[in-house]
Write a new protein. Structure first.
Length: 213
């Protein structure tokens, strides 16, 4: 092998490694701060506004979300699609869905965790809406991670952390994801997902209340 050919081989190898390495191995300061802050949290609650687009279909929901480590979550839909419903996950592969309020809420149905009847139009379930899921997703998705100054959201300055996956096929058809992390708390305020230039997912977090370890 010539020196020139060897150099090209090493360059190709380095490029392959860069684009096949999970984003966590290429972490940026804001993401590291998020990980360190999350390690000190045992539970939290938040109001989450969710927008999704799948083809010509659009879905908007507002939900009250609670999460407790290691893997328990409750979603109560307060506006938009499925208003009045509640979904409870206790870490397994099923969820309990409660319909309506009052006595009706005492009765529930059990569904598979990713049953279309308890997921968003892009297939996201209750287990994928938590801060823990965002961290796990970045750790397990090959791609490039970067950061830059983000927008001011609810008067709070943010840092925008962008993940560009190696292949959208491994990321629900999303070609770029942006997590806007609050400088004041080191926790996400907004998560955006794009299919090329089209926004297909947005989650905005407000009224975040943390229970420290």
């Amino acid at each position: 092998m010539t020196v020139f050919a060897s150099s090209r081989w090493w360059l190709a190898l380095l490029c392959w490694l860069a684009f096949s390495t999970p984003a966590s191995a290429q972490t940026v300061p804001a993401w590291t701060s998020f990980e360190q802050t999350w390690a000190k949290v045992s539970a939290y609650s938040a109001t989450v506004a969710v927008f999704e687009r799948e083809g010509t279909q659009v879905q908007n929901s507002v939900l009250e979300y609670t999460f407790s480590k290691p893997s328990s979550a409750t979603v109560r839909f307060v506006a938009g699609a499925n208003v009045g419903d509640m979904v409870v996950w206790s870490g397994g592969d099923t969820v309990a869905a409660h319909r309506g309020t009052g006595l009706a809420a005492l009765f529930h149905e059990t569904f598979a965790l990713h049953d279309p009847r308890v997921t968003t139009i892009r297939g996201s379930s209750i287990d994928e809406l938590s801060f823990a899921a965002f961290l796990a997703h970045a750790q397990g998705t090959p791609g490039m991670l970067s950061q830059e100054p983000g927008p001011t959201i609810l008067d709070v300055p943010t840092v925008a952390v962008t993940l560009v996956p190696t292949s959208s096929a491994t990321d629900d058809g999303v070609t770029r994801e942006v997590v806007d992390i609050a400088l004041a708390t080191n926790l996400p305020l907004r998560v955006l997902g794009y299919d090329h230039d089209m926004l297909v997912r947005q989650m905005d977090f407000s009224n975040v209340k943390i229970v420290a370890r």
